[in-house]
Write a protein that binds this ligand. Structure first.
Ligand code: PGA
Length: 256
């Protein structure tokens, strides 16, 4: 029995047209659309948000985006604002995903501006942090995670922090089939919770959910989710099919 409610979030990345997304969420909500033991969020590409929002109406499954601009409006070609996401009924937004850091040059200061903007717009940021393989092999995991926390959460107060979800995603485990062991993941999750306790307050740290991400699937989820400081999952590959995603939600239900 966990004190924090599990959150299972699907990061579809650049997959699924609007029609494909609607078909997927119909299958998901047919199975777990009304349960309330586990919070469930799906994060389609921008182009599928509106159709998926409609398909989710009346269910308990929530909608998230995969990125947003820190700017409220204006001459920012190709960008999408927090308010635009809210108008499409998004409640969550993934920020600072490692693919955005590695492939699109995102760094902590810019990610922090997005976190602040999302909080201001009453969207819940899912802030992603995690080390590369070279950083882990170099013994720098906790230092990298601390730097990303300090940068990503700069200027956030305790109340703002409790609006945020963190996702620890070791870069070497994302899409590789290689998962962190439950012990490896718990070590970092425990470190993150300790850091949150000293930066904000112990009660705030106890309320903030810390998801694990990186090749989480139905076969390894029960052990990962059983760890004290793992409060759910940010799921890539296994979120693209209803069966595996539903099974992950069920794994959370079993431990709730
Ligand atoms: P994966 O992706 O589950 O396919 O490893 C997780 C993520 O990138 O959020």
């Amino acid at each position: 029995m966990k004190s924090r409610k599990f959150l299972i979030a699907g990061n579809w990345k650049m997959n699924k047209t609007a029609a494909e997304g609607v078909a997927l969420v119909r299958d998901i909500i047919a199975e777990v659309g009304q349960q309330s033991d586990v919070d469930v969020v799906v994060c389609p590409p921008f182009t599928a948000l509106e159709s998926v929002a409609r398909a989710l109406e009346g269910s308990a499954v929530k909608l998230g985006a995969q990125n947003m601009s820190a700017q409220p409006s204006g001459a920012f070609t190709g960008e999408i604002s927090a308010e635009m996401l809210r108008h499409h009924f998004a409640t969550h937004v993934i920020l600072g995903h490692s693919e955005r850091r590695a492939l699109f040059g995102e760094a902590d200061a810019g990610i922090n501006a997005k976190v602040v903007a999302a909080n201001r717009s009453l969207l819940k940021p899912i802030l992603c942090i995690g080390e590369t393989l070279a950083e882990r092999d170099g013994g720098r995991t906790l230092e990298v995670v601390r730097t990303q926390l300090e940068g990503g959460l700069a200027g956030i107060d305790a109340e703002g922090a409790t609006n945020i979800v963190l996702a620890y995603e070791p870069v070497w485990a994302i899409g590789t089939g290689r998962t962190a062991s439950p012990e490896q993941a718990q070590e970092v999750h425990g470190f993150i919770r300790g850091w949150l306790g000293s930066r904000f307050s112990k009660p705030a740290a106890q309320r903030i959910r810390i998801l694990y991400g990186g090749s989480m699937k139905p076969s390894n989820a029960p052990e990962l989710l059983a760890q004290e400081d793992i409060d759910g999952g940010l799921i890539g590959g296994a979120a693209l099919e209803a069966k595996s995603f539903v099974d992950l939600v069920r794994a959370g239900q079993k431990l709730s």
